[in-house]
Design a protein around this ligand. Structure first.
Ligand code: 5AD
Ligand code: FES
Length: 328
């Protein structure tokens, strides 16, 4: 287990990168094996009340065409994904107030009746909402802390509160969800020391899943002129998370593939064991533009499934047929 000083020195020094990536790969193999879990991601609404400075879906972006997939169609998309073999469905959206507790519970119950695991990624909600979603059958929840640097958090999230984000993570853990969080790497003003704090924070809260994504500037945001993250730095943070948290689930994030055309496979060989292919109908994909250059914008769900399966098999890994809960 690394100390904060050791994490900082590993992040700053590129001479030990190869050792770091192969150690993360070894620990991944030992603790979670060669199986890769595929999660079918449905991006069901790009409407959001928040104003995260880095995100292309933030409410002040007047250029993006907004959409909301109606509940019955979300359920239909989940059915198709389940039919394609997905054992986990992930429902992701902006913070769209249309999806009330009742509407979400209806969607959750219908999707759970398909016999899949269900992950929600719909942002900050009340304890009562989280409880109702859990009672309706939701298994997991993703909500990245984005950064544990409180000053940076404040600058990047006008009208939001770091303490409330922590409250969400605590509520979700207490309710028995598998909890996923994570951070952005390469944000303007983010220090290496704060990235080390992020990793130690994930360890401290005993997160079940960690998604690490490189920051990619979006032209319709205040950060449009900032530099994109370094791919290798994001990969190193992810590898350190594997080394520190051992048996958790770590996705090879789509944003990694935007910065490097083989990004997801490289991530799978540096600690990751999950991929989240997009199963949203092609007509909506280009509108869910959190960052520019998202992959597979014109691809149908079937194509992505076959494409990623082949890539995974080509590196000697297998596709899991179970639900892929955290290995205890
Ligand atoms: N670049 C990369 N990732 C981003 N996210 C939001 N905006 C960007 C961006 N510009 C990530 C956030 C959020 C997740 C859904 O997308 O970390 O939690
Ligand atoms: Fe979509 Fe490869 S994952 S085409």
């Amino acid at each position: 287990m690394y100390t904060k000083a050791e994490i900082i020195s590993l992040l700053e020094d590129d001479k030990q990168n190869d050792e770091l990536f192969s150690l993360a790969d070894k620990i991944r193999k030992e603790y979670v094996g060669d199986e890769v879990h595929l999660r079918g991601l449905i991006e069901f609404s790009n409407i959001c009340k928040n104003q995260c400075m880095y995100c292309g879906l933030q409410c002040t972006n007047k250029v993006v065409e907004r959409y909301r997939i109606e509940p019955e169609q979300v359920i239909e998309i989940a059915k198709t994904a389940s039919g394609m073999g997905y054992k986990t469905i992930v429902l992701q959206s902006g913070e769209d107030v249309y999806f009330t507790q009742d509407i979400m519970c209806h969607i959750i119950k219908e999707i759970k009746s398909l016999g899949v695991a269900l992950t929600l990624s719909i942002g900050e909600r009340s304890f009562e909402d989280y409880k109702a979603f859990k009672d309706a059958g939701a298994d997991r929840y993703l909500i990245r802390i984005e950064t544990t640097d409180k000053n940076l958090y404040k600058k990047l999230h006008p009208h939001m509160d770091f303490e409330n984000r922590l409250r969400c993570l605590k509520d979700l853990k207490g309710l028995g969800y598998e909890v996923g969080t994570g951070c952005l790497v390469g944000l303007p003003g983010q220090s290496i020391s704060s990235l080390a704090d992020d990793i130690l924070f994930f360890k401290e809260i005993d997160a079940d899943m960690i998604g690490i994504g490189p920051f990619i500037p979006h032209p319709q945001t205040p950060l449009k002129n900032s530099a994109a993250s370094d791919f290798t730095l994001a990969l190193k943070v992810m590898a350190l998370v594997r080394i520190m948290l051992k048996n958790i689930n770590i996705p090879a994030t789509t944003a990694m593939e935007t910065l490097n055309s083989n990004g997801r496979i490289i991530a799978l060989q540096s600690g990751a064991n999950v991929v989240m292919p997009n199963v949203t109908s092609t007509q909506y994909r280009d509108k869910y533009e959190i960052y520019p250059g998202k992959i597979c914008l014109n691809d149908a769900p079937e194509k992505c499934r076959i494409c990623i399966e082949n890539k995974i098999k080509s590196i000697g890994r297998t596709i899991s047929t179970d639900f892929g809960f955290r290995k205890k």
